[in-house]
Design a protein around this ligand. Structure first.
Ligand SMILES: CSCCC(=O)/C(O)=C/O
Ligand SMILES: [Fe+2]
Length: 185
């Protein structure tokens, strides 16, 4: 997994959008934003004890698969457009990349975009309430496992969501005085 601050030019969203010079982001910085990461064996996902352990620890009872590519995803253009609208969810968004790759963009505490490049074997958790979006990269292909606690609710709430209780809870947990990420700096 690689992550970096984005340049916010109008270039194609599928390009990397590195700053010049590039500004890489550590896993620690991502965890300060509530973003969790593991690298697992994507070829063993059906029997992998490490994946099983994460599912048990975090209560991920539901799984399904999504393939995003022009020929595999129904309503491809509309779906990709809506994935790239900045939004939050009221639950975690959990994705485990089994094939291909794609970009999850998340906002940091200063409202800057961090681009997280998810590749085969990478598993990411975006916390409820974090502003984010998704795009394919130039490979135009990702197959991912989607995990969820209980019955899935995929509803996106597009920005602005400043009065949404889940957004407020996210801010309180990660950016208010006394929260773990603020104390760490
Ligand atoms: C590779 S999963 C597609 C993106 C998605 O499901 C989502 O909800 C983005 O926010
Ligand atoms: Fe999302």
């Amino acid at each position: 997994m690689e992550a970096w601050y984005m340049n916010e030019t109008d270039e194609d969203q599928r390009l990397p959008h590195h700053c010049e010079p590039r500004q890489d982001i550590s896993l620690e910085k991502l965890s300060d934003l509530g973003v969790l990461y593991w690298h697992l064996d994507a070829d063993k996902y059906e029997t992998d004890p490490d994946l099983q352990q994460i599912r048990e620890n975090r209560g991920y009872t539901y799984t399904d698969m999504i393939t995003c590519s022009p020929d595999k995803l129904p309503n491809y253009e509309d779906k990709l457009k809506s994935f790239f609208e900045e939004h939050i969810h009221t639950d975690e968004e959990i994705r485990f990349c089994l094939e291909g790759s794609g970009y999850f963009d998340v906002r940091d505490g200063d409202d800057k975009w961090i681009r997280v490049w998810l590749k085969k074997g990478d598993m990411i958790v975006l916390p409820a309430g974090i502003y984010h979006r998704f795009t394919l990269d130039t490979s135009n292909y990702i197959k991912a496992m989607r995990l969820f606690v209980g019955e899935p609710v995929w509803t996106p709430y597009n920005r602005p969501q400043d009065d949404n209780p889940i957004r407020k809870e996210y801010i309180d947990n990660f950016f208010k005085e006394g929260s773990s990420s603020v104390e760490a700096h």
